[in-house]
Design a protein around this ligand. Structure first.
Ligand SMILES: Nc1nc2[nH]c(O)nc2c(=O)[nH]1
Length: 452
């Protein structure tokens, strides 16, 4: 039986993340985009469905390259509202150590639902907490990804350097290298899909220089190379971290990264703020990617990612919302808007255009996670799409539809398609009871901080 053909017809505007023209719309067959039409052009063959997109701005589905889903349970928690990264983490670790599988399930559902509603079709998550009873944390997340019908790259995070060994996290939150590596192997074997159109992938993600041993960094890099999976970690987020690396390893962050075998195009780093010129050059030469997380960086006053210098050196840039305890929203369109404005402060308005930032949130993010089948509208790419209507008050009087998305503050997609399937229709996730989710999630969040 041949696949159903759908024409997303005559969008109000389209951003393809490349030079291609799709003003007449696109044709989708099964999971893929099979035709791009110029203005006035008709599909080459009859179609089964037509979606009139004349009131919609069409984008490739957005791709989120850094998150900690579980942190939706500790949003806007008073003791950490006004502190920078290290004291923020110290206060939160004991709360997060109480996390159980049911709470993680709810937290992941909330984070992914928010992302999906903001036009995101592929997300990563960096889950690094495995207290007792949470041995199957990533398996729980896999269930939720499947339930929502998104694509995901779930990273097996880890912490192995406890306070007693000079690290930041308390002992009850760290695991042995052996347990981490065994579980990493199990998850790759069980869930990692390879090749075009993959829905579920696994990457290895020791948490940060101050929470993991050099051994686990090295062994993770070796396992990642053997299994051909990606590597992810936090790096150069704060000056505290830089000081830690100098004191603990006698190295700056990028030297440390290189010393453990991570300076490569298999790696993408969250934050990437505090680099000198030589480090930027080396990151570019290696092809290591950087996920810019502007809201978290402002919230924790960590600093400003040098995106322009990194791009000039050849570093791919993507976008991430970061965990919801330091953002506290999981909305990738909000994030793109904040990236636009924060980066303009650093580099000026001419360099940081809406198209550049949307490029980071789509094609750039795809590069970070090693994918060239998503993040663009082109023939042969996966049919992962986000459509935004400009019919709210905030858009009234706007002219350039692509610019309006970011300048007027689009926050909710009208329609989202993942792999040819509509997952959001009329601004609602198909089959999801959001009210009930909020009610259960709020109770889990209250229980997590009870008596602390
Ligand atoms: N923004 C964040 N930075 C981090 N570093 C680290 O070790 N954990 C975190 C985190 O959860 N958020």
């Amino acid at each position: 039986m041949s696949e159903q053909r759908t024409w997303i017809k005559n969008p109000l505007a389209v951003f393809t993340a490349n030079e291609l023209d799709a003003r007449g719309g696109i044709v989708i067959e099964g999971q893929k985009i099979t035709e791009l039409l110029a203005a006035g052009q008709q599909p080459s063959q009859p179609v089964d469905h037509i979606f009139d997109a004349s009131e919609s701005v069409l984008l490739p589905g957005l791709i989120n390259t850094h998150h900690h889903f579980y942190q939706t349970l500790t949003r806007a928690w008073a003791p950490v509202v006004n502190v920078p990264l290290f004291p923020w983490l110290k206060k939160l670790y004991p709360v997060w150590a109480r996390l159980g599988p049911d709470a993680l399930r709810l937290a992941s559902r909330v984070a992914m639902a928010e992302l999906l509603l903001s036009g995101c079709t592929t997300t990563t998550d960096h889950h690094y907490l495995f207290p007792q009873g949470m041995e199957e944390a990533i398996d729980v997340q896999v269930d939720v990804v499947r339930e929502l019908g998104m694509r995901a790259l779930l990273t097996r995070g880890s912490m192995s350097l406890g306070e007693e060994q000079g690290g930041l996290p308390p002992e009850q939150t760290v695991q042995s290298g052996e347990v981490i590596l065994q579980d990493s192997q199990r998850l790759i074997d069980r869930y990692h899909q390879r090749g075009e159109g993959a829905w579920m992938q696994i990457a290895l993600a020791p948490c940060s220089p101050f929470s993991v041993t050099t051994e686990i960094m090295r062994e993770s890099a070796m396992l990642a190379q053997r299994e051909d999976v990606r590597l992810h970690t936090h790096l150069a987020e704060t000056l505290d971290e830089e000081q830690f690396c100098l004191k603990m390893f006698g190295l700056r962050t990028v030297d440390y990264l290189e010393s453990v075998g991570w300076l490569s195009d298999r790696t993408w780093l969250a934050h990437g703020i505090h680099f000198n010129d030589d480090e930027i050059r080396r990151l570019g030469a290696a092809g290591t990617g950087i996920c810019h997380c502007p809201v978290s960086n402002m919230r924790l006053a960590s600093g400003m990612c040098p995106t322009r210098d990194l791009e000039a050196a050849g570093v791919p840039i993507g976008l991430g919302v970061d965990g919801s305890a330091s953002n506290d929203a999981s909305n990738l369109m909000y994030e793109a808007r904040q990236a636009l404005y924060l980066q303009r402060l650093k580099y000026g308005a001419e360099y940081v255009t809406p198209e550049r930032v949307l490029g980071w949130a789509t094609r750039g993010s795809a590069t970070l996670i090693g994918r060239d089948d998503i993040g663009q509208i082109a023939v042969g790419k996966q049919a992962d799409l986000a459509l935004f209507k400009l019919d709210e008050l905030r858009f009234s009087g706007s002219h350039d539809p692509i610019a309006a998305l970011l300048l007027c503050g689009a926050e909710k997609a009208d329609r989202v398609m993942v792999g040819g399937i509509w997952r959001v229709i009329d601004g609602q996730i198909v089959g999801m009871d959001i009210k009930s989710l909020i009610s259960h999630h709020r109770k889990a969040a209250a229980a997590l901080i009870a008596d602390i």
